[in-house]
Design a protein around this ligand. Structure first.
Ligand SMILES: [Zn+2]
Length: 197
């Protein structure tokens, strides 16, 4: 939850990092290479933090940051990462405008003996990779796009975000752009599902 600029308390669903998952962002594998020994220059997930520690913008008009920002040079290939306990290949759900030029992939995970669906958002891309379109299966390592700054002009980075699809939602019946609606999926700390190095 956080306070809006009028001081009202706003509450929202989010799934914080599970305690058994490493807090150190450097422990995980990402869609873009992170140089060995370099500090991992990320703006991390902050929705679980107190108001004052969230990235709210000067006017407190935004909610905090529900993803990880990875710095990489313009044009760096963005590759699908198979998530922990993933069942089968991921599939492209959207390739177009969302957070600037964005690709969204859909992943089915086996968790606690049941299947759960997650979506991964790759935002602010320079462009989508050839052949990446909705319905296309994408294995670990498939290039889906290239790092850029669409929708974040001047700040070249990959915005990586994970959301868990709510129980009972059939993504086949949802317009892809609505995948970021709160009633469709819940933003989730990516460290819960990214593979460890
Ligand atoms: Zn971001």
């Amino acid at each position: 939850m956080h306070h809006d600029k009028r001081g009202h308390l706003r509450t929202y669903d989010q799934i914080p990092r599970r305690p058994e998952r490493p807090a150190d962002y450097a422990a995980y594998r990402y869609p873009v290479p992170v140089a060995e020994g370099e500090p991992l220059r990320v703006s991390g997930y902050d929705l679980n933090l107190p108001d004052s520690d969230q990235r709210r913008g000067r006017k407190l008009s935004q909610v905090g940051h529900g993803g990880v920002d990875l710095l990489a040079p313009r044009g760096t290939e963005v590759r699908v990462v198979a998530l922990e306990h993933q069942d089968g290949d991921a599939e492209v759900l959207l390739a177009g405008k969302l957070f600037g030029t964005t690709v969204v992939t859909r992943h089915t995970l086996r968790e606690a003996g049941r299947l759960r669906e997650y979506v991964v958002l790759y935002g602010h891309l320079a462009s989508v990779a050839p052949g990446i379109e909705p319905g296309r299966p994408v294995a670990d390592g498939t290039v889906v796009g290239y790092v850029g700054d669409t929708g974040s002009e001047g700040i070249v980075h990959l915005h990586l975000e994970v959301r868990r699809v709510r129980d009972g939602v059939d993504l086949a019946k949802v317009a892809p752009e609505r995948v970021v609606a709160g009633e469709i999926a819940v933003v989730c700390d990516p460290r819960n599902v990214l593979p460890l190095k």
